[in-house]
Design a protein around this ligand. Structure first.
Ligand code: NAD
Length: 255
């Protein structure tokens, strides 16, 4: 994995998948700058405290970044047990705002990796809506569109992971053609991190039991981190606009 001499920004670096990506990228020789609302308990090359649900906080954080950022890993997120308005801001609107603000610092060959979820797999059922939202530029404008097109609270986690996958699809090729910056998403199945229990509460025992028989086990965070690291590396330089499942085969059982 070629990450030497790359500067990589990792959101959600204080916990779970983000912490594992930060650890792996540093081991592979990258300079890693973490962004999180929580102070991380691991060694980083830089840390910027940010609330990814607030555009002003995001702008202040981006202003502290170095001029060159080779890769951005959008990993921070809140589970479906969080307040739906917060979830929309952190998991989708803030992620887009951060990405658009970091893009001017990314050189040709740069890479963006968005962490979606297996729970976004039903994006084709709402494709027209997700494409409309993807076409709305700006945090405030996106918020206004959502006010006019309310999302059911009980499935808002799934909705915004679907929306993230669709935004990745529709936006990635524009940026690859214009800036030679690649953007991909990954769709992990269940992962052993502190929010795994929230997913069990959100989905209910019946769905959890249904899926439990179709998979070997939840992933370990380092198994997800290795794939994100690969998508940041030069070895994946011809992969763009992809949503890659990292789920031990679980999604293949949905057809
Ligand atoms: N754990 C799973 O089973 C699973 C499965 C599929 C996808 N995911 C996705 O993976 C990503 C990482 O989740 P994880 O499992 O490592 O969870 P985690 O809770 O261990 O890590 C999430 C991190 O995001 C940070 N964060 C949350 N809100 C923030 C905000 N407003 N501003 C700044 N930082 C904020 C948290 O402080 C935390 O460090 C999320 O996007 C999640 O939706 C997780």
């Amino acid at each position: 994995m070629k990450l030497r001499n790359k500067t990589i920004v990792v959101t959600g670096a204080a916990s779970g998948i983000g912490a594992e990506v930060a650890r792996l990228a540093r081991f592979e020789g990258a300079t890693v700058i973490g962004m999180d609302r929580t102070e991380p308990g691991l060694t980083l090359d830089g840390f910027i405290s940010v609330d990814l649900g607030q555009p002003a906080s995001i702008d202040a954080a981006v202003a502290q970044l170095p001029q060159r950022v080779d890769a951005l890993c959008n990993i921070a997120g809140v589970p479906g047990t969080a307040d739906p308005a917060l979830l929309a801001r952190v998991n989708y609107l803030g992620l887009r705002h951060l990405t658009e603000a970091v893009l001017p610092r990314m050189p040709a060959g740069g890479a963006i990796v968005n962490v979606a979820s297996i729970l976004g797999a039903e994006w084709p059922e709402r494709l027209a809506l997700h494409k409309q939202l993807a076409a709305v530029r700006g945090f405030t404008e996106g918020q206004a569109w959502l006010d006019a097109h309310p999302v059911p609270a009980d499935t808002c986690y799934q909705y915004f992971k679907e929306a993230l996958i669709v935004w990745t699809y529709v936006q990635s090729q524009k940026w690859f053609l214009q800036h030679s910056v690649r953007m991909n998403s990954v769709a992990p199945g269940p992962v052993f991190t502190p929010i795994l229990g929230d997913f069990v509460s959100m989905l209910g025992e019946e769905r959890v039991q249904r899926d439990a028989h179709r998979m070997k086990r939840p992933a370990y965070a380092d198994e997800v981190a290795a794939v994100i690291g690969f998508l940041c590396s030069d070895e994946s330089r011809w992969i763009s606009g992809v949503n890659l499942p990292i789920d031990g085969g679980l999604a293949s059982t949905f057809i």
